[in-house]
Design a protein around this ligand. Structure first.
Ligand code: ADP
Ligand code: ZN
Length: 617
């Protein structure tokens, strides 16, 4: 091997030095340094950061700089193992204790901890409170000390959260047993009520509170009308977008169907939904995380607690049921901070499907409709529609939902990049509403549009609606445009639609104002996707080629060690390597994400690969 490790020994005292030494990063993300400093001063803390914000570092770094053992409570075993793996890969003493280990393994790990080789111990909450484990912690306290208790996914302590776990409630007793040990609670929950609850339930004492913005600047948000043949569009999107992606569908059946079609079209895809058994789900998930397959087609059952930082796109093939869910699901893209796409395919047909599902919400015993639940679900659906139809910055709408004011002009959503000016559609609205009136307010949207567009369908002839003055006066617009107008009228309160299962259109006082020319109607038509852009393969830049080559090397190394590729290096590091093309170990060590341990472990192989690539060029 030609390469040499740099001989200078760096001192690791300050948080900045430790950041580069252990994690290979040059600078802190917003908030991280302040949180680390508060933790070093043994303050309690509450950290609220969106997914991908970099929460783990907030307790991992102090753990390395403080004497004693840091205990990390984490509810998900798979996640725990990933994190420990990633830490070990950075040369950090970390281990976990959970139900997957046998008695011998547990004792061995206990010894390692007591001998001071371990800085971070991950445990599941249910283990923590067993008598045996508490006795072990007493031993730890006596021999090496407990530095901090970090509680990940802290929203699990709150009944107001979306993932309440009773075991979390008992964590408070830890505080009582070890009153001097600072507690750091971390979560990505967005609601104020849950945040308050966490502080109370865990008994945090004058905590340092950091609430980050929920904005995820690296995500590109877009809503597109779902085309007539949505699958073809989906396939095209997947083929055009490199990297891993998740496709969310509303039903298991749809998941299976889309997966099969994608596989038949040569896309490496696997399904994930609650109808598959645990083993299959686990296997599919692992294959996705390890980059054995590129695409996961899933119901919303997929995603909670999966830690794949390099998901490059999330496509909602069907309408999500609520906006918080949409935020969390789409937020599984780009956790590594690199650009990623979130696309929602929006169709009015999907609204129907969800409305139907809402109507099905009945008490299983009495078959009475669960009215309160239905009402909440309808309101949530309304918010999703507002988001999809909205013409403001997508971030303003989403973040507003979480009570955060965002000024707009984000330059990374469809509405900001190609604004849609509202158009005056008053005349069309009058045509539409008078057609509803002439059909005696007895028909639904599709029928009215058919009449407007001059259909000679049997039903229309039978009702003699081909004789109406409004028959055929709407031929100048597509059925799709009329539908958008119709929805928009309902949405703006200028027209009513019955909700008893028949969806009949009814005029209301505001409809009459429009008909009497007392009110203007504006609507924003969606941007039609521009004609398919073809990606020319020959134009793939040099950096792109090297990136692909390094990705392969990364996958090979990851497979040798049976770990996910991102544990070896993040996409962002590979991207820097392919742009800067460092050909010496020294230059390689400058890459963000290359800490001392990874430099020694992987540096030579990557540098060789880059050298070979440059020679070949
Ligand atoms: P969270 O737990 O908040 O979802 P993670 O702790 O998993 O986020 O961090 C997300 C990603 O960001 C990880 O790949 C992590 O290594 C990376 N990261 C964290 N802090 C930094 C930093 N200061 N500089 C560069 N990357 C960082
Ligand atoms: Zn925007």
């Amino acid at each position: 091997m030609t390469s040499q490790l740099p001989s200078v020994q760096v001192e690791v005292n300050t948080p900045e030095q430790a950041l580069k030494h252990y994690f290979g990063y040059d600078s802190f993300r917003p908030g991280q340094l302040q949180i680390v400093e508060a933790a070093l001063q043994n303050q309690d803390g509450l950290v609220i950061m969106p997914t991908g914000g970099g929460k783990s570092l907030c307790y991992q770094l102090p753990a390395l700089l403080k004497p004693g053992l840091t205990i990390v409570i984490s509810p998900l075993i798979a996640l725990m193992q990933d994190q420990v793996q990633a830490l070990q890969d950075n040369g950090i003493g970390a281990t976990f204790l959970n139900s997957t280990l046998n008695g011998l393994e547990v004792r061995q790990r206990g010894q390692q901890i007591l001998s001071g080789q371990i800085k971070l111990l991950y445990v599941a909450p249910e283990r923590l409170l067993t008598e045996q484990f508490l006795l072990f912690l007493d031993q730890v306290t006596a021999q090496i000390g407990i530095a901090t208790v970090a509680i990940d996914e802290a929203h699990c302590v709150s009944e107001w959260g979306h993932d309440f776990r009773p075991e979390y409630r008992q964590l408070r007793s830890l505080r009582q047993r070890y009153p001097d040990v600072p507690v750091l609670a971390l979560t990505a929950t967005a609601t104020a009520r849950v945040q308050q609850d966490i502080m109370e339930q865990l008994g945090l004492q004058q905590p340092f509170v950091h609430i980050a913005s929920f904005n995820r600047p690296n995500l590109h948000y877009e809503v597109r009308p779902k085309p007539k043949q949505p699958y073809r569009e989906l396939l095209r999107l997947i083929q055009q977008t490199p990297g891993s992606g998740i496709i969310y569908c509303l039903s298991r059946k749809k998941v299976d169907e889309i997966t099969q079609k994608l596989q038949a079209d040569g896309v490496e895809a696997l399904p994930y939904h609650a109808g598959l058994n645990d083993q299959v789900r686990q296997k599919n998930q692992t294959r996705f995380i390890r980059d054995d397959v590129r695409v996961m087609v899933a119901t919303i059952a997929f995603g909670m607690g999966i830690n794949k930082p390099d998901v490059r796109f999330v496509i909602h093939y069907d309408l999500p049921r609520n906006l918080e869910g949409y935020y969390q699901e789409s937020g599984r893209a780009g956790r590594d901070g690199e650009p990623a796409k979130c696309l929602l395919l929006f169709s009015y047909g999907d609204i129907r499907t969800i409305e139907f599902l809402i109507d099905q919400k009945v008490d299983p015993l009495t078959s009475e409709p669960l009215e309160a639940e239905q009402q909440i679900a309808r309101q949530q659906l309304r918010q999703v529609i507002d988001y999809a139809e909205g013409i403001e910055c997508r971030r303003t709408i989403q973040l507003g939902y979480f009570g955060e004011r965002f000024p707009g002009s984000c330059a990374n959503c469809d509405n900001c990049l190609s604004p849609r000016a509202p158009q005056d559609w008053t005349i069309e609205a009058q045509k539409f509403l008078s057609c509803v009136a002439r059909c005696q307010e007895r028909f639904g949207m599709t029928y009215i549009i058919d009449v407007l567009r001059g259909s000679k369908e049997k039903r229309i002839l039978a009702n003699r609606h081909d004789q109406l003055s409004t028959h055929g006066i709407g031929k100048d617009h597509s059925a799709e445009d009329w539908r958008i107008l119709g929805r928009s009228l309902i949405h703006q309160g200028l027209l009513d639609e019955t909700t008893d299962g028949y969806s009949v259109l009814k005029l209301n006082p505001l409809s009459w104002e429009v008909l009497r020319k007392q009110r203007l109607v504006h609507i924003a038509l969606p941007n039609r996707p521009t004609a398919a852009r073809t990606v020319s393969t020959e134009a793939k830049a040099n950096a792109e080629m090297l990136f692909e080559q390094l990705r392969k090397l990364r996958k090979q190394i990851a497979d040798e060690q049976a770990v996910p590729p991102y544990v070896v290096f993040a996409d962002s590091s590979l991207r820097l390597m392919s742009q800067l093309q460092p050909q010496t170990i020294d230059a390689f060590s400058e890459i963000s994400g290359v800490g001392s341990h990874k430099l020694a472990r992987y540096g030579p192989r990557f540098v060789e690969e880059i050298q070979a690539f440059c020679r070949a060029q």
